[in-house]
Design a protein around this ligand. Structure first.
Ligand SMILES: Nc1ncnc2c1ncn2[C@@H]1O[C@H](COP(=O)(O)OP(=O)(O)OP(=O)(O)O)[C@@H](O)[C@H]1O
Length: 337
């Protein structure tokens, strides 16, 4: 079990209100990811759920039980930090077992849980080592193992992969996805990484300045962003925003078009443009264009292309994939599907 309900959670540090009334439902077994710009309150929200910070007001329920006065150790939560927070003088095995020992768990039970977690995370060869003798990825697996042995109803991850290099991030990301499938536990995860958010989450929560902008599955957020903020935040490279008037569009203030929804040709198309810069990434080509009609435009083409700076090209948006936003930056949803 591990459902979570947050109602009107507020948190202020002095007169700085960091969380401005958060309402959120997380179902048992869901993988929920918090994303948002630096300083928007992601870590604070996670810490409030864990009980490491008290909310200024609001209600936190885990499996229906109010947690406001429940200390962190009694919430059935395990938290995995970016910094691993392992004890340097203890072996891997003792680091994993420590929380259970402190809780007075029976020796045989500790042995059995540590053995199970260690085999799940391929840590068996390292059980006698100390953290300093491990790679960053191995240390993070120990931190995850220490969380698993507690058999929590809720796992909280605060940017667990951000200290790892690119290859290890991918590997550990796949391990976390497999772990979620296997444990069927509820996981709440903070990240800056779009790929982590899009690939791991059942549900993404987009936060901005202490408030929720939108909650939805990765594809809902990509295909149907509720407002300009979410449209610009989800997706890389970022969506292009064009003043609707420039395109002769009435009834909208801003038109959004993703870089991957624009076709390019040397011969003809809707908008004549000059290539300002070309990034050849192998699988993709990212082009930055200057157009008279729309101003700066980013285009993402799949595969290799020979476009280069100063080339004259023609860009044509896929009109069916355009997003329309009103004067309040909210998405205009068409009446007809
Ligand atoms: N203990 C504290 N005392 C005062 N202000 C704090 C404290 N902890 C966080 N803040 C402030 O609260 C705001 C939100 O911080 P938080 O760490 O939750 O953001 P975040 O979204 O996790 O950011 P990042 O992505 O940079 O980690 C920031 O403005 C931060 O300075």
């Amino acid at each position: 079990m591990g459902s979570l309900q947050l109602k009107s959670i507020r948190k202020a540090f002095g007169d700085h209100e960091v969380l401005k009334g958060i309402d959120l439902e997380v179902k048992d077994g869901e993988f929920v990811i918090f994303v948002g710009p630096s300083g928007c309150g992601k870590s604070t929200l996670l810490r409030v759920i864990a009980g490491l910070e008290d909310a200024s007001s609001g209600s936190i329920r885990i499996d229906g039980q109010e947690m406001a006065t429940t200390p962190p150790a009694k919430r059935g939560i395990a938290m995995v930090f970016q910094s691993y927070a392992l004890y340097p003088h203890l072996t891997v095995k003792d680091n994993m077992a420590l929380g259970l020992k402190q809780a007075g768990t029976d020796k045989a039970e500790i042995e059995s849980r540590v053995t199970k977690a260690s085999s799940m995370l391929s840590l068996d060869p390292y059980l006698a080592r100390r953290p300093a003798e491990l790679s960053g990825g191995q240390r993070q697996r120990v931190a995850i193992g220490r969380a698993i042995v507690r058999e929590p109803s809720l796992f909280l991850f605060d940017e667990p992969l951000s200290n790892l290099d690119a290859a290890l991030r991918v590997q550990t990301r796949l391990e976390i996805a497999a772990l979620h499938r296997r444990l069927k536990a509820t996981m709440i995860y903070v990240t800056h990484d779009q790929v982590e958010a899009m690939t791991l989450a059942d549900k993404i929560v987009v936060l901005s300045a202490g408030a929720i902008e939108q909650v939805g599955s990765p594809m809902e957020l990509y295909n149907k962003p509720a407002n300009v903020f979410v449209a610009g935040f989800i997706g890389s490279p970022q969506m292009n925003f064009i003043e609707a008037g420039k395109l002769g569009e009435t009834g909208a203030k801003t038109i959004g078009i993703r870089p991957e929804h624009i076709a390019l040709s040397r011969e003809s198309g809707d908008w004549k443009a000059k290539v300002v810069h070309a990034e050849h990434l192998g699988a993709d080509t990212i082009l930055y264009l200057e157009t008279e009609a729309t101003g700066l435009l980013t285009v993402r083409l799949f595969g290799e292309h020979r476009y280069a700076a100063d080339d004259i090209v023609f860009a044509t948006p896929d009109r069916a994939s355009m997003h329309r936003f009103d004067a309040n930056d909210r998405a205009i949803t068409s009446a007809t599907p």
